[in-house]
Design a protein around this ligand. Structure first.
Ligand code: GDP
Ligand code: MN
Length: 383
């Protein structure tokens, strides 16, 4: 999950990284009241998840309320590289002596964490890497060893910063590293990291990508989600903890395992149908998970048939069958269901399903037959 600048700064602040005081505004009036609070001069900043806002005219300095009004009304609604500005961040403006760049990310090929620090900040790091690669001081970090103050100081020493900036930068990099690791981010970037004429080092921008796989241990990340416009089906699936991707077709799909779920989508396509979704219920296909999955698909009005494709492995076929029967008794499902059950204890599983079978609940022995039946029921042209 990518954060907006203002959210990234909130995240930074939790780890003690210095950022400017400010607030968000969704209207011109709010922008003025936030500016009054932050104290003039202020910067009016477009909140969109794309770089180069400054160049696009989405970042403006303002000396008084009238200028805030003018810039806020220009920037709200502005289109920056296909992103429409709906929200502003207003912060007290900083005086800049030097602009630097700092980031941590993963270097997958080295199987290490990568820190980058450059004396040339405020411009795109790709451009620096292109024109003057020697201006980027890199460090590879073994995540088990971590990043000590001594090593950080040695790294900062290689970046040729103003001597006044060294202590502050060492301190910020240590905090940024903690934010990256304990904050479960895939990327943390400060561009520019500034040195002020008073000799303070300070984050003027924030780019943070959180690792969605770690969301389970960060209930506080929920507050970052508000602005995303989720498909209601995706929202329900997320609430139920299901691996779901909404598509446009008419055949609802439930499978155990991501690979099988993808193959199921392919087979439905192959026989002339169109999948309404991808849904992987994972290994533990119990009654509750199955009921949740059916409930999500049931809310999709386009769905004309549901195809449940289960290959029993560690979860045995009879357990899955019991789960399905139980789920069907707890959720009232609108479209007809076709099921293919194979793998461990498939025979036992099919025997359990037998009592529930009807023209609205059909069991087929193979994936292809099941797909054809589901597509026919959905009114598609099964080949
Ligand atoms: P980006 O263009 O999307 O990366 O947005 P940034 O937040 O990095 O801002 C772009 C540029 O605007 C910075 O590199 C600064 O030169 C300038 N800028 C941003 N905030 C301030 C500020 O508080 N004071 C001054 N003087 N310039 C600022
Ligand atoms: Mn920037």
């Amino acid at each position: 999950m990518d954060l907006f600048e203002y959210q990234g700064k909130q995240y930074f602040a939790r780890f003690g990284i210095p950022v400017s005081a400010g607030g968000v505004a969704d209207s011109v009036d709010e922008a003025v009241s936030q500016a009054d609070k932050a104290g003039y001069p202020v910067v009016v900043k477009a909140q969109v998840q794309v770089g180069g806002r400054g160049k696009a005219g989405g970042i403006k300095l303002a000396d008084d309320a009238d200028q805030v009004r003018e810039h806020a009304s220009n920037i709200l609604g502005m289109d920056i590289k296909g992103h429409v500005v709906r929200r502003l961040w207003i912060e007290h403006a900083s005086d800049i002596d030097k602009e630097y760049y700092a980031s941590f990310t993963l270097d997958r090929s080295e199987k290490k964490l990568l820190g980058m620090l450059s004396s040339q900040g405020g411009v795109e790091i790709e451009a620096v890497a292109d024109k003057s690669p020697e201006a980027i001081a890199r460090i590879h970090i073994d995540p088990v060893e971590g990043l000590s103050a001594e090593v950080t100081r040695e790294w900062v020493g290689r970046a040729n910063l103003d001597p006044k900036a060294v202590d502050g930068t060492v301190d910020i990099l240590q905090k940024l590293y903690t934010c990256f690791v304990e904050g479960d981010a895939d990327l943390v970037e400060i561009n520019p990291l500034i040195l002020t004429p008073e000799g303070k080092v300070h984050a003027l921008d924030a780019k943070v990508t959180l690792d969605d796989n770690a969301a389970f241990r960060h209930p506080e990340w929920d507050e970052f989600r508000g602005l995303e416009q989720l498909d209601p089906r995706d929202a329900l699936a997320k609430e139920k903890g299901l691996q779901y991707v909404g598509l446009d077709g008419t055949v609802g799909i439930i499978a155990n395992g991501a690979g099988l779920a993808m193959s199921t989508c392919d087979v439905v396509n192959q026989v002339g149908g169109s999948p309404a979704n991808f849904l992987d219920i994972g290994g533990g296909a119990n009654a509750e998970v199955m009921a949740n999955a059916l409930e999500v698909i049931n809310t999709d009005e386009k769905v004309q048939a549901i195809f449940i494709n289960i290959f029993g492995g560690i979860t045995r076929g009879d357990e899955v069958a019991n789960g399905i029967v139980q789920a069907l008794s707890s959720v009232d499902i609108r479209p007809p269901i076709v099921i293919r059950l194979d793998g461990t204890n498939a025979e036992e599983g099919r025997a359990i399903l037998k009592d529930t079978e009807s023209d609205r609940f059909i069991s087929k022995p193979t994936m292809l037959e099941a797909a054809r039946t589901a597509v026919e029921l959905a009114g598609g042209a099964a080949k």
